[in-house]
Write a protein that binds this ligand. Structure first.
Ligand code: UD1
Ligand code: MG
Length: 483
């Protein structure tokens, strides 16, 4: 079979009532992507001539996910069951002779498993080949009823099982390969014989068998690949399995992950060799981490690029920022979007950055807010330094040169510039530019008044004396009375 004969059909029109959600089931996420996107991606390497997604509930939102990936959508309205969905897809299938049909809610299936299914279909010269799986707990799934060791006679939905059939633990994954010229006439004979009055694609299997066509079932090597997401608990389990896969992929590439089950990593994240990821870390979005980095416990890094030898100390939050080689941040640092920390920069505890550039080797170690700031190399930003970048109407930049020393508790009222090599005295409120190599001190001058406190204490004590004496005599009289 050439790929030119093959179409992919993804059934994604249903609402997913059992999730109890206003969002269509296939738009829920597992492993960092929507369910339907996971499936489209798993099918892409098959290079089918067409990928058709049947949409219905929240059709536009589903289309917005799959169309950018090159899939076509067809609208099923109303949603009269999986068999009806397949009939609706027919007009979009063009000259395809075979179709791999998948539900929109079983996203763990791997490309290789689909290849095995297609190969089994062709080797067996079948009209339909079901991807089945043997589950310890098959409840909820349609069961595969075999007539011989290899051939299938029917699929029976969970709600329609006889007591005897309930013992069957081979389930229908709802992933199939069909020979289309055999499927269409069989599907035309399917009746809505169920309490939902829907046309079940699964009933086409029984019809094909009755017509004497070959129906096979290929058992998935890993039964976890076919798990469907009908409930929130299913979603959680499928997400867990995706995350496990992603962690294994990174570990296989030389990344150490401690207590891996506590670490959440999105699918597009990369990390270099000998990087260590501590427990409770989240690496999200398109984050790229170099080699020999350490991401310590409790940190959340989103859409950021880290060079080599970067250390993120515990409990940092990093978004859309670039950290060059050897940067150390945290513990408890917060990087809001658009920062660039150049090689060897050091950001300490309770420092917040936004849209700032921190030059090579520059340090801001304690309790600061640096927003819209451009800071040169080897400067020292003292504890509690604040860039006052917002006047209530607009944002303004702060520019700090190379080898600058900003004393603790400085407020830099932007827009303002501090030249190379300049010093700013602690506690200053800087409203004017500071020239290179100069010293700026902008605070009230200290006044010392010798002996002032001692004198004050004496005055207070003197005022207290008569009052105390009065209280004492009052007490004396009371005790006398009682006696
Ligand atoms: C289906 C199978 C069941 C199988 C299970 C595996 C049928 C009748 N049953 O049951 O044998 O064990 O999957 O997970 O097929 N959809 C449409 N249009 C519709 C109805 C459904 O596009 O009119 C889509 C849904 O959006 C969903 C997929 O088809 O993505 C499967 O529907 P779902 O309701 O989840 O079927 P199950 O009850 O899980
Ligand atoms: Mg389902």
């Amino acid at each position: 079979m050439s790929n030119n004969d093959l179409a992919i059909v993804i059934l994604a029109a249903g609402k997913g009532t059992r999730l109890k959600s206003s969002l269509a089931k296939v738009l829920h996420r597992a492993g960092g992507r929507t369910l339907v996107e996971q499936i489209v991606r798993a099918c892409e390497p098959l290079k089918a001539r067409e990928t058709v997604v049947v949409v219905g509930y929240q059709a536009e939102q589903v289309a917005a996910v799959v169309e950018p990936r090159g899939a076509l959508t067809v609208l099923q309205q109303p949603q009269n069951g999986t068999g009806h969905a397949m009939q609706v897809a027919k007009r979009a299938l063009g000259r395809a002779r075979f179709a791999v049909v998948l539900p929109g809610d079983a996203p763990l299936v791997r490309t290789d498993t689909l290849k095995v299914l297609i190969a089994a279909h062709h080797t067996g010269n079948a009209a339909a080949t079901i991807l089945s799986a043997v589950l310890a707990d098959p409840s909820g799934y349609g069961r595969v009823v075999r007539k011989t060791e290899t051939a299938v006679s029917a699929i029976v939905e969970d709600s329609q099982l006889t007591d005897e059939q309930r013992e069957i633990n081979e389930i229908n994954s709802a992933i199939y390969c069909f020979t289309l010229e055999k499927l269409w006439p069989a599907l035309a004979q399917v009746k809505p014989n169920n309490k939902h009055r829907e046309l079940y694609l699964t009933d086409a299997i029984g019809v094909l068998n009755a017509k004497g066509e070959t129906v096979l079932a290929q058992v998935a090597a890993d039964s976890r690949e076919v798990l469907g997401c009908n409930t929130r608990a299913d979603l959680a389990e499928v997400d867990r399995l995706f995350r496990e896969r992603k962690r294994s992929e990174l570990m296989d590439g030389g990344v150490t992950i401690q207590l891996p089950e506590t670490v959440l990593i999105d699918p597009d994240v990369t990390a270099g060799e000998d990087t260590i990821i501590e427990p409770g870390v989240q690496l999200l979005g398109k984050t790229k981490i170099g080699a020999q980095c350490t991401i310590r416990t409790g940190s959340v890094v989103t859409d950021s690029i880290l060079g080599d030898n970067v250390t993120v100390e515990p409990h940092c939050v990093v978004a859309e920022s670039r950290l060059d080689d050897g940067v150390i941040i945290g513990p408890f640092a917060r990087l809001r979007p658009n920062n660039h920390l150049k090689a060897g920069a050091r950001i300490g505890n309770f420092v917040e950055l936004k849209k700032s550039t921190i030059g090579e080797g520059t340090k801001a170690m304690h309790l600061s807010y640096l927003g819209d700031a451009k800071i040169g190399t080897k400067s020292n930003i003292g504890a509690g330094t604040i860039t006052c970048n917002y006047d209530g109407f607009h944002k303004y930049p702060t520019s700090i040169g190379n080898k600058v020393f900003i004393g603790s508790d400085t407020a830099l009222v932007a827009p303002v510039r501090v030249g190379d090599g300049a010093y700013v005295g602690a506690g200053s409120t800087i409203t004017d530019n500071v020239p290179s190599d100069g010293l700026a001190i902008a605070r009230g001058r200290q006044v010392n008044k010798p002996g002032w406190a001692a004198k004050k204490r004496r005055e207070l004590a003197a005022a207290e004396k008569p009052k105390k004496a009065a209280r004492k005599s009052k007490r004396h009289k009371r005790t006398k009375k009682r006696k």
